[in-house]
Ligand binder design. Structure first.
Ligand code: NAP
Length: 365
């Protein structure tokens, strides 16, 4: 994943020039706990020819065309590219990535490692990369970073992927916050990589999370981390507290998010920083998935598309502008969870999904 410049204004102009719709985005119609450690479980770039061209590169004639497009197509754009209009970081459905505020591209669909044993994590990482996933989400507290590293190495050794093609996320646990520099080095060591694509603080902890975040900022300067962000910040004031005390805007916020807890207000709030939302428990979490899978709205949309409820939920996350990281240790489920690129939820279906909001979390922390 290489770096690329981000310019929302240029993106909007390019979208207008393209006659509306994201570059390569087949219909993003964005509508609108902390993990419990395993032991306590309850449960590059893009060529510059695409949509994100710098505005200065526009010729006068092109600028005129853009202006004209702006006036003639404003209404259509407002209806079809809600993501850009509301300021959510734009998802590219052709490349299956989003460009973070750090300038790095991140896959929008990944596989989560919470509660997986070492052998499960190693196999699932390998199966995921074989199935097409390019994002793996782990954490120090899951105890399986080394296993993820082994699964990654297996896939690299077999020529399935290169290190550069894979995006690894890990998380700094709260008990490491006073020793953030060492925690970064330890995660690098366990994963067996010489840089980590994204490290996030696992939980808000006002007593010392600023110190921990500043350690991650130093690691960015040292080339050990590429992007940094947060997880489990549920109050806007708490998120802002951290942002106001630090220099690098969080690239991402990972919070419990699914059809019954859609995190829309928080997503709107963090958009001002260019921060993207990522959903944990995207399917409801282990032990809760049947509740969502059997939801009448979700299962009837699934039936209409000839796909599974899991696929509908994953597709909903992506179209709503949420990076999605379902967890699985089952190869068939992993293959199924990545097979979400050939169908699209209609605006009406997205509205039906939005209406499922209950402000109800499955985790109790
Ligand atoms: N930051 C945090 O505090 C936090 C907290 C929780 C989770 N997370 C991250 O978010 C990821 C996702 O959360 P999660 O794994 O806890 O919950 P989840 O993805 O909502 O649900 C996982 C469950 O879904 C099942 N599943 C997956 N694909 C399926 C399919 N196609 N059909 C049927 N069942 C399917 C899995 O079973 P099988 O194994 O049988 O497929 C597992 O029981 C985690 O792995 C972790 O990386 C972060």
């Amino acid at each position: 994943m290489k770096m690329k410049k981000v310019c929302m204004a240029a993106l909007i102009v390019s979208l207008l020039l393209a006659g509306c719709g994201q570059s390569g985005t087949s219909g993003q119609t964005a509508s609108s706990g902390q993990d419990i450690p395993a032991v306590e479980s309850s449960a590059e770039n893009q060529s510059d020819s695409d949509a994100q061209t710098e505005p200065q590169s526009l010729t006068g004639a092109t600028e005129e065309a853009a202006e004209e497009a702006k006036t003639t197509e404003e209404t259509t754009v407002a209806a079809d590219t809600v993501t850009e209009i509301t300021g959510y970081p734009a998802f590219d459905f052709e490349k299956k990535t989003v460009t973070l505020n750090s300038g790095y591209e991140m896959p929008i669909l990944g596989l989560g490692m919470f509660s997986l044993s070492d052998s499960e994590a190693e196999n699932s990482t390998y199966w995921a990369l074989k199935a097409g996933f390019r994002l793996i989400d782990t954490a120090r507290i899951y105890g399986n970073e080394a296993a993820v590293g082994r699964g990654l190495k297996r896939a690299i050794d077999e020529g399935i992927v290169t290190r550069e093609e894979v995006f690894i996320t890990t998380k700094m646990w709260t008990s490491d916050f006073d020793n953030g520099d060492a925690a970064v080095d330890a995660s690098l060591e366990r994963l067996g990589v010489d840089y980590i694509d994204l490290m996030i603080l696992h939980h808000s902890q006002p007593s010392n999370d600023v110190d921990a975040y500043q350690a991650m900022e130093r690691a960015v300067a040292d080339g050990k981390l590429r992007s940094i962000g947060l997880s489990n910040y549920y109050e806007q004031e708490d998120f802002d507290r951290l942002v106001n005390a630090t220099s690098i805007k969080p690239a991402l916020l990972q919070n419990e998010t699914h059809p019954y807890h859609q995190s829309t207000e928080m997503k709107d709030h963090i958009a001002q920083y260019g921060t993207v939302l990522e959903s944990w428990f995207p399917l409801g979490g282990r032990g809760n998935t049947q509740t969502l899978f059997n939801d009448e709205t979700i299962s009837s949309i699934a039936k209409a598309h000839g796909v599974s409820s899991a696929q509908v939920i994953i597709r909903w996350h992506l179209q709503a502008g949420n990076i999605c990281i379902p967890g699985s240790s089952n190869e068939q489920h992993i293959i199924e969870d990545y097979d979400v690129w050939d169908f699209e939820l209609t605006e009406d279906e997205m509205a039906q999904m939005t209406a499922l909001e209950r402000d109800e979390r499955f985790a109790d922390y």
